[in-house]
Design a protein around this ligand. Structure first.
Ligand SMILES: NC(=O)C1=CN([C@@H]2O[C@H](COP(=O)(O)OP(=O)(O)OC[C@H]3O[C@@H](n4cnc5c(N)ncnc54)[C@H](OP(=O)(O)O)[C@@H]3O)[C@@H](O)[C@H]2O)C=CC1
Ligand SMILES: O=C(O)C1=NCCCC1
Length: 369
């Protein structure tokens, strides 16, 4: 057992006697390379399923139920170059089943500071446009306990949340009796930047045997070519093709990911086949600018959290059917729109609770090592 572990346990044992120890002096710093080493899709998707359920429970009804509280995030603009977001949140009574088992309940008080500077991809060398840091506080004392690099976490948690949404909004409906046979679905990735790439990896790793073909589209060809090469090497059994337009990319697809900064719709309802599930990730002018409005109007639309609906998702508020966490927890059944193409949309926005739960999951694994 190392010293950090010992300190961690001191605090736990003091908690059991009802008094809080003040010995936990060190602030643990977890750098990007350590975060990367501790990430895998099973743990991330499992953690995000817990986070989404906690997000949907904003009033504490019992000591055992997952619960969360948060305020809308803030935006501080640095001229027209970029923006700093602050994302505070508290989640309690949630589990990290695949890391600490189903008996251990976690509470996390956190704040992610994240910048978005779209010009970073033009730098030489380029750096990610979205850079984050997550502060983890002791949720009994409020004392800072860890600073966790949040850049890779932001990428992975966004894709892991889309996996949960796909599992509950699409796969549960269409792929119920998965028996290990190849299912033969098509995945479309519209935008091959950081998010497009990580979503392709998440979908193909988490749903093996589901997709036989992946279509890629990117505004500039070189990024699509780079991702095609990477996916060919990792998944030689899957057909990977580059589409000439975003419309051709989604034509015939069963599951679509949009991850661009586009402020114009990239396709319309008529471009989609029936029963498609869309994970809409990108934020151009706003978080719902990648999809044409007729898609929202005639689809079952789910979001992460009602918090932010008034601010960041105001334009589609009337079409939102619920939170993904409500479906995961069985509080709501999937809404069906009569006489429609049966399209489901997960409108992603990013949420502070997801970041806090992910940072805590990494912290738990880091302290164990
Ligand atoms: N929902 C959430 O939780 C999160 C959302 N995001 C959002 O996702 C989007 C992608 O982020 P990320 O992958 O990190 O960013 P990257 O900079 O890595 O990628 C941006 C992508 O958008 C494309 N793009 C930019 N402008 C346009 C346009 N006008 N039309 C079509 N494509 C365009 C780029 O194409 P090209 O290569 O040609 O420049 C590139 O494929 C951003 O809008 C970001 O804000 C990010 C993190 C979390
Ligand atoms: O949730 C996040 O983190 C982000 N969302 C929108 C773009 C910046 C990062």
């Amino acid at each position: 057992m190392n010293i950090q572990d010992q300190k961690h346990l001191n605090l736990q044992s003091d908690k059991s006697t009802g008094s809080l120890s003040n010995q936990d002096d060190d602030v643990t710093f977890i750098k990007e390379s350590s975060v990367k080493n501790l990430l895998n899709w099973t743990d991330c998707v499992d953690a995000m399923e817990s986070a989404l359920v906690a997000i949907s429970n904003t009033s504490q009804k019992s000591d055992s139920e997952p619960f969360s509280s948060q305020t809308p995030r803030t935006f501080t603009f640095a001229g027209n170059k970029g923006v700093l977001l602050t994302m505070p949140g508290y989640a309690s009574n949630y589990t990290l089943n695949s890391v600490t088992g189903s008996d251990k309940k976690h509470s996390t008080l956190s704040c992610k500071l994240v910048t978005s500077f779209s010009g970073n991809s033009q730098l030489n060398p380029a750096i990610p446009g979205i850079l984050g840091t997550i502060l983890l506080f002791n949720s009994d004392t409020g004392k800072l306990k860890a600073i966790v690099d949040g850049t890779e976490i932001t990428a992975w948690r966004t894709a892991a949340v889309s996996v949960v949404a796909t599992k509950y909004l699409y796969c549960d409906m269409n792929l119920k009796n998965l028996d290990g046979n190849i299912v033969g679905k098509e995945l479309a990735i519209v935008g091959c930047g950081t998010q497009g790439r990580i979503h392709a990896l998440a979908m193909l790793n988490y749903f093996p045997n589901v997709f036989i073909k992946v279509k890629l589209w990117n505004r500039s060809l070189n990024r699509a070519e780079k991702l095609k090469k990477e996916l060919n090497a990792l998944f030689p059994e899957i057909i990977i093709v580059i589409a000439d337009s975003s419309i051709l990319c989604v034509a015939g697809a069963d599951c679509v990911v949009t991850a661009t900064n586009s402020s114009q719709p990239l396709f319309e309802l008529k471009d989609l086949k029936e029963n498609v599930h869309i994970n809409a990730i990108g934020a151009g002018t706003n978080h719902h600018s990648e999809l044409a409005m007729d898609i929202y109007q005639s689809s079952s639309v789910y979001i992460e959290s009602y918090i932010g609906l008034e601010t960041e998702l105001k334009g589609i508020k009337e079409y939102v059917n619920g939170e993904v966490g409500e479906i995961v927890a069985g509080k709501k059944f999937l809404h069906k729109i009569e006489n429609s193409k049966n399209v489901t949309v997960f409108q992603s926005m990013g949420n502070a609770i997801e970041d806090g739960v992910m940072a805590n999951m990494i912290y738990q694994k880091f302290m164990k090592n």
